[in-house]
Every structure is written in structure tokens, then in C-alpha cells.
Design a protein around this ligand. Structure first.
Ligand SMILES: C[S@@+](CC[C@H](N)C(=O)[O-])C[C@H]1O[C@@H](n2cnc3c(N)ncnc32)[C@H](O)[C@@H]1O
Length: 222
């Protein structure tokens, strides 16, 4: 598949859309049908990886939205300290407010920033997660490089986005979501694999899942 030239305006378009959506975002049906399964997949993967050791770890959630996954992780037995990052300040504001209302809020913090310029020192985190956000990034390779940079050696990147390499995925993500959201790009699995390779990830693996729509998890070790 030939890569389209992705316009830089994708970023501001996404930020404006999510700024406007922040207050009602959690009530959207998309949460149940598209996003919730991603959080379950992340939790399963993190349990399988960190569950037995019981050691605390630090996780960065890029494009965290209103922080629903972050709250689920903070409330789980896994001892994670979580930083959520989102380009839309209002999404961070909602996430912060939700965190403050729980007893696990002390494990969570939020930063409004661009995934392409992560405001953290090299090797700051043990894990980076990113769900349902990657298709908004015009410079996807740069973002994967940034994620790799902030991971400690042995740390993991877990990236989930819509799987567009079958007919249902193509129709859902390229045709319908592409028409509604405009200026988004759901990369084919092979392209995501190449991003990971070029950023220096090893033991790259994929997990395709189907709930209401097909999704793809890609995992790499730093
Ligand atoms: C569909 S929401 C997904 C939120 C959450 N990860 C989930 O799975 O429910 C996409 C999020 O990505 C954020 N986003 C878009 N472009 C971004 C960028 N360049 N840097 C960081 N976040 C970005 C949006 O503001 C939005 O909150």
C-alpha cells in the first residue's frame, strides 16, 4: 500500500475535535464498542508481564483521552504509577478530575503535550501504552521513535489501533471513520511493524482481536 502524504494539520484538527468532545466523550457509544476492549487487552498483557513480579513500574499512556484505562490500571493489583499524556488539554482536565475522585488518584498524573515531542528524559518509563490515538498522528514513525526513547531497556511499547487489513476493518476505519473524522490514517500492520523495527524495538509481535470491530495490538521490547 502506498503511504498517503499526511498533512501536518492532522494534529490541530485532532486537538480541536477532542477539545470540543472532552465533556461528553465518556458518554459516547464508541467507548463501549471500540475503546473498552483495548483497555482489557492492555490489562491482560500487563498482568501477563508484570503480574507475578509484583514490582512497581512506571507507565506512560500516550493519547490517554479521559484516562479511563489509566483509572482501571491504577485500581488493579498491578503497582503502576501512570502518567497520561494528551494533546487536548480538556481531555487531560477531565482525566485529572476523574482521578481526583478516586482513592487511587495519587498514582496518576496528566500532561498536555504532543506525542511527537514527549516532554520526558530518555529511559523514564517501563511501559508505554497508546490506544486508538495513533491514526491521528501525521508523523507516525517519529512518534514510535519518541516512545522508544523514553523507554528503559527491556521496557515495552503496547500500541493498539484499528486493524484495517481485512474487509470489515477497511470499511470501518478507512471508509467510515476516514469520512467522519477526516485526516486520519490507520496504518497497515506491516507499516506499524516497520515503524517498530526502525525505532529499534525487538521481539515485535502482534495480536489481532475482534470485539465489535477488528483491533490490532503491536508489542515491542526496547
Ligand atoms: C479516540 S481518543 C482515545 C483515547 C484513549 N486512549 C482511549 O483508547 O479511549 C484519541 C486521543 O488521542 C489524542 N491525540 C490526538 N493527537 C494527539 C497527539 N498528537 N499527541 C497526543 N495525543 C493526541 C486526542 O486528543 C484524543 O484524546
Amino acid at each position: 500500500m502506498k503511504l498517503p502524504k499526511l498533512p501536518h494539520s492532522m494534529k490541530s484538527r485532532a486537538r480541536d475535535r477532542f477539545e470540543a468532545w472532552a465533556i461528553t466523550y465518556d458518554r459516547s457509544l464508541l467507548n463501549r464498542f471500540l475503546f473498552l476492549p483495548s483497555y482489557q487487552i492492555f490489562l491482560e498483557e500487563l498482568y501477563a508481564w508484570r503480574g507475578e513480579s509484583g514490582e512497581p513500574f512506571e507507565l506512560l499512556d500516550v493519547g490517554c483521552g479521559t484516562g479511563t484505562f489509566d483509572l482501571m490500571l491504577a485500581a488493579s493489583p498491578l503497582k503502576a504509577r501512570i502518567v497520561g499524556l494528551d494533546y487536548a488539554p480538556s481531555m487531560c482536565k477531565v482525566a485529572r478530575r476523574k482521578a481526583e475522585q478516586t482513592r487511587v488518584g495519587g498514582r496518576l498524573s496528566y500532561v498536555a503535550a504532543d506525542s511527537e515531542h514527549l516532554p520526558f528524559a530518555d529511559a523514564s518509563f517501563d511501559a508505554v501504552t497508546c490506544s486508538n490515538s495513533f491514526h491521528h498522528y501525521p508523523h507516525q514513525q517519529n512518534v514510535v521513535m519518541e516512545m522508544r526513547r523514553v523507554l528503559r531497556p527491556g521496557g515495552r511499547l503496547l500500541l493498539i489501533d484499528g486493524f484495517r487489513d481485512n474487509i470489515v476493518g477497511w470499511m470501518t476505519f478507512d471508509v467510515i471513520i476516514g469520512a467522519v473524522e477526516k485526516e486520519v490514517f490507520h496504518a497497515p500492520w506491516s507499516r506499524i511493524h516497520r515503524y517498530f523495527e526502525a525505532a529499534g524495538f525487538r521481539e515485535i509481535r502482534r495480536r489481532k482481536f475482534n470485539y465489535w470491530f477488528p483491533g490490532l495490538l503491536t508489542v515491542g521490547i526496547a
